[in-house]
Design a protein around this ligand. Structure first.
Ligand SMILES: NC(=O)c1ccc[n+]([C@@H]2O[C@H](COP(=O)([O-])OP(=O)(O)OC[C@H]3O[C@@H](n4cnc5c(N)ncnc54)[C@H](OP(=O)(O)O)[C@@H]3O)[C@@H](O)[C@H]2O)c1
Length: 158
């Protein structure tokens, strides 16, 4: 299983239920890497999508402990074991913070977009640079969009 995430220079990923910033090149890359794959997400991340609707062109596996929560076009799971039984190996974890924390242990590759800025934040991703079990295997050049500098870094489990 893989994960994909955009972090700032402190590995922050969200603030008050929203992304820290929107980089259109990164959103396009997210689409290219996830299209055709099952995506795994938490109920709060689903709420950030337009109309709170699942992402099109992908099987959406959504975690929620609310037994009455249902969403058209999505499959809802009430715990991790049920999700793990239903997912396929080509699934990609797309957040948010709690889902990354719970499922990173099952991932062997993480696509990280590192935004070279610091934002106010209340949700973080584990610092993979400080985690001995992860190594950066591909580091792209520094790119820039609307004054924001960022780079793509791929981490693999050692
Ligand atoms: N930068 C990025 O790449 C990125 C990507 C995605 C999200 N984000 C940001 O991350 C933030 C959201 O993260 P978050 O941690 O607050 O929320 P989240 O992980 O998206 O969703 C949390 C919800 O998932 C459900 N859940 C979590 N663990 C579960 C389990 N073991 N079993 C069943 N259900 C479970 C619960 O839903 P119920 O409450 O319904 O029970 C929980 O409230 C937002 O700011 C968002 O913009 C950033």
């Amino acid at each position: 299983m893989k994960a994909i995430v955009a972090v700032d220079e402190n590995w922050a990923i969200g603030h008050e239920g929203e992304l820290l910033c929107r980089i259109s090149a990164d959103l396009k890359r997210f689409k290219a890497l996830t299209l055709g794959h099952p995506v795994i997400l938490g109920r709060k991340t689903l709420a950030t999508f337009p109309g709170g609707r699942p992402l099109p062109g992908r099987r959406n596996l959504i975690l929620s402990r609310d037994p009455s929560f249902q969403v058209e076009g999505g499959e809802v799971f009430s715990d991790i074991p049920a999700l793990l039984a239903a997912k396929t190996d080509d699934s990609i974890v797309i957040g948010g913070g709690s889902i990354y924390r719970e499922l990173l242990v099952f991932c062997d590759l993480v696509y990280v977009t590192k935004v070279l800025s610091a934002f106010p934040a209340d949700v973080r991703f584990p610092d993979l640079d400080a985690a001995p079990e992860w190594e950066a295997v591909e580091e792209g050049p520094v790119l820039e969009e609307k004054g924001l500098r960022f780079r793509y870094v791929t981490y693999r489990r050692r």
